[in-house]
Ligand binder design. Sequence first.
Ligand code: DCS
Length: 486
Amino acid sequence: MSYNKTPSITAETINQKVRIFTYEPCGEIVRHARRLEKEIYENPGSLPFQEIIYCNLGNPQALGQRPINFFREVLSLCDNPSLIDRDEARALFSQCALKRARKIIESLPGRDSGCYTSSQGVRSLREAVADGIAARDGFPSKADNIFLTDGASSAINMMMQILIRSHEDGILCPLPEYPLYSASIVLHGGTMVPYNLTEDSGWMLEIFEVKRCLEEARASGLTIRAMVVINPGNPTGQVLSITNQEEIVEFCRKEGLVILADEVYQENVYTENKRFNSFKKVARSLGYDHNDLSIVSFHSVSMGYYGECGRRGGYMEICGFGDDVIDEIYKLASLTICPNIAGQILISLVMDPPKLGDQSFEVFTDEKEEVYSSLLKRAKALQKAFSSLEGVSCNKFEGAMYLFPRLRLPQAAIKAAQLDGVSPDVFYAHRLLGATGIAVVPGSGFHPVSGTSHIRCTILPGVEKVAAMVPRLQAFHEAFMDEFRG
Ligand code: DCS
């Protein structure tokens, strides 16, 4: 008897949708960085730098940001409930953390943080999230409409799974985009319908451009289900004006599109003259309720002043869907049984932090302010550094956690990139990494208008790291330009 020994599973025979998408923030640049890290470990002193500075991800704590004490106090008490009633606990933990942890533990099944919970998330934690949303927006929010999730990523994937029926279903997405969107749309078998943000006007979202894309897509036979808006923007860092948001709300209402509002950077707004407004608040302020418009808002514990990205916490608030749809979303969520508990607890704390009058309030506020003022300092230093480079212009930084400078490279550099079989931004980013140890994401990973080159660099490295990065960046760029000036 003979049988075929060649493995039947190869990269050619797996689901080809997995092979099509790219996710550059964790892509080739990271593989390159890991190779260099190994080299530093095996042959110390062989490279002109001693460490890699990972500016490819918005990963605050990996780059030195300290977690907020109150959040960690509550988490540790929830994981060790027997500590709560011990005498030492009163010396080690704040009264509010003890009180909050006690309340949370009471609401957990079996009063333990190691249990499965409701697939939608623990009810009392969802109530805390809903109350936080209501306090933020000035409009009611219901725990029944909240799903707690393992970060915003899993919520976004879930909504794509719900909305996309076939490749004839299109989802409007901004370009440049956060590449989870194109990846998720491909994986779920839909069609991404891109609309361009306008770089020259500070990455504004122009509604006539969205309309043009919608009409073109409809004319080609697609059914457009939803419009993704990322506000504040990643990688583009802009904060939408309220008038712009009103236009988007009117547009989506008229066209019958769900707004998929990616609001994960809602607590990362740095400009004096703009503030974050949720799409739900804008819609309700215009007088539209759940019968007029469907909105799904995504939020996360990964960003803001908390930066607890490894905890994988988040929520989505679903407005304007019938109970029958909510039931199906619940069923989908139940396939992973439940979101992780630390993430559930954290998102409840993010939406219901210590208040004025609470014992922890002052320390909490100081910690939060320290993160913001330091972030702003680092953003300004990096923005100034990028802007000072020949042929580089840096976007105005209003929100989120990244700079997205545009590169205008010499023809000879573009040719050299071509010879290497890569785009100019990829060529530049790998050269930068090889010379300085600074890992940034080539802008093409976010699919900007073709023919333009950018890099995305997070503002998160600590103050001293930024101070060390700036001269290295400048020296590298000068040498690069000299080499290719011709
Ligand atoms: N939406 C946007 C716009 C994001 O930037 C991210 C993460 C997510 C959703 C998903 O976040 P969580 O799943 O952690 O909640 N952005 C990554 C990035 O671009 N760099 O680092 C994180």
